[in-house]
Unconditional design. Structure first.
Length: 293
């Protein structure tokens, strides 16, 4: 079984300040630990990213994704708020979703004190974190919540039914396996959970119009590849603005290795540009594009 990511042997990207704190959780739930990364001297309010780590809703934490959050903060000149949402099986669905949305609302309300511009607010995450980012973007639209400028989805889980071709062709041999995915889903949903619930499988939402511009990163050797690309297509078909970075030779998890992999460096650079664009373009009307790897 997968284990939480070990500490990186590479030096941590340098940022202006890092603060661990707790913010209010959903009603009746405990406080949510977050880690706030602030860039070095910024000329004014900067973009802000609410980041949800991956790990199948079961493993990983603020430390496992510390380097990723630092890199986005440093390279994009953005405030990054990394969210330590509750994990399954101790806290099954919808606990993670509830925490993620509470964190989004808190960041939007407290942007000025963070030195951030709430009009340039993005949600981002990898794998299960990408799932949460997509889901909270839908909730914010449906419930009249915070205005989200961008949704950044790195090999996101978007369809827990697991019926895509890549789930079969990449079932084994590429780090994340079909067996891992089945185990994670069982822990997250429990025996009675519905994998077709739209807060579990955002691809299955009845209406995908009116969502924030999306940037979707996918890896060709990933069981989740096809559902990530399907979500990008569905958003585009619904009239949304979508950019994609697809890396045919990469595997699930590659985004966390920019010191080692050229494709990871390119993927991170693409995400950085999306974050930067949220600060200079708040009209949400950019062009659609696709990276071929």
């Amino acid at each position: 079984m997968l284990a939480a990511a070990p500490a990186s042997p590479f030096p941590a990207p340098v940022v202006g300040a890092v603060e661990d704190r707790e913010i209010p959780g959903p009603a009746g739930a405990p406080a949510i630990p977050v880690r706030i990364y602030r860039p070095e001297a910024a000329p004014g309010p900067c973009p802000v990213v609410v980041f949800f780590h991956g790990g199948g809703w079961v493993i990983c934490d603020l430390d496992s994704h510390d380097h990723t959050a630092r890199a986005l903060c440093r390279d994009a000149g953005a405030v990054v708020v990394s969210v330590d949402y509750r994990l399954a099986p101790e806290h099954r669905f919808p606990a993670a979703v509830d925490d993620a949305y509470a964190a989004l609302c808190w960041v939007a309300a407290h942007a000025p004190e963070l030195g951030a511009d709430a009009r340039a607010l993005s949600v981002a995450g990898d794998s299960a974190g990408g799932n949460l980012a997509a889901v909270v973007a839908q909730i914010a639209r449906d419930e009249g919540g915070p205005a989200v400028a961008r949704q950044i989805l790195v090999y996101p889980a978007t369809d827990a039914r697991r019926k895509t071709g890549s789930f079969d062709t990449n079932a084994a041999g590429y780090f994340l396996t079909a067996a891992h995915c089945a185990w994670f889903r069982e822990q997250y949903l429990g025996p009675e959970g519905d994998p077709a619930h739209v807060r579990v499988s955002p691809l299955l939402a009845d209406d995908l119009a009116g969502l924030p511009p999306a940037h979707v990163v996918t890896a060709g050797c990933d069981p989740l590849c096809d559902e990530g690309r399907a979500y990008a297509k569905a958003l585009r078909d619904a009239g949304g603005t979508v950019t994609e970075s697809h890396f045919p030779d990469m595997f699930h998890g590659f985004f966390g290795f920019p010191e080692l992999l050229d494709d990871a460096r390119r993927a991170v650079a693409d995400v950085v540009q999306v974050i930067v664009s949220s600060g200079r373009d708040r009209k949400n009307d950019g062009e659609t594009g696709v990276r071929a790897g």
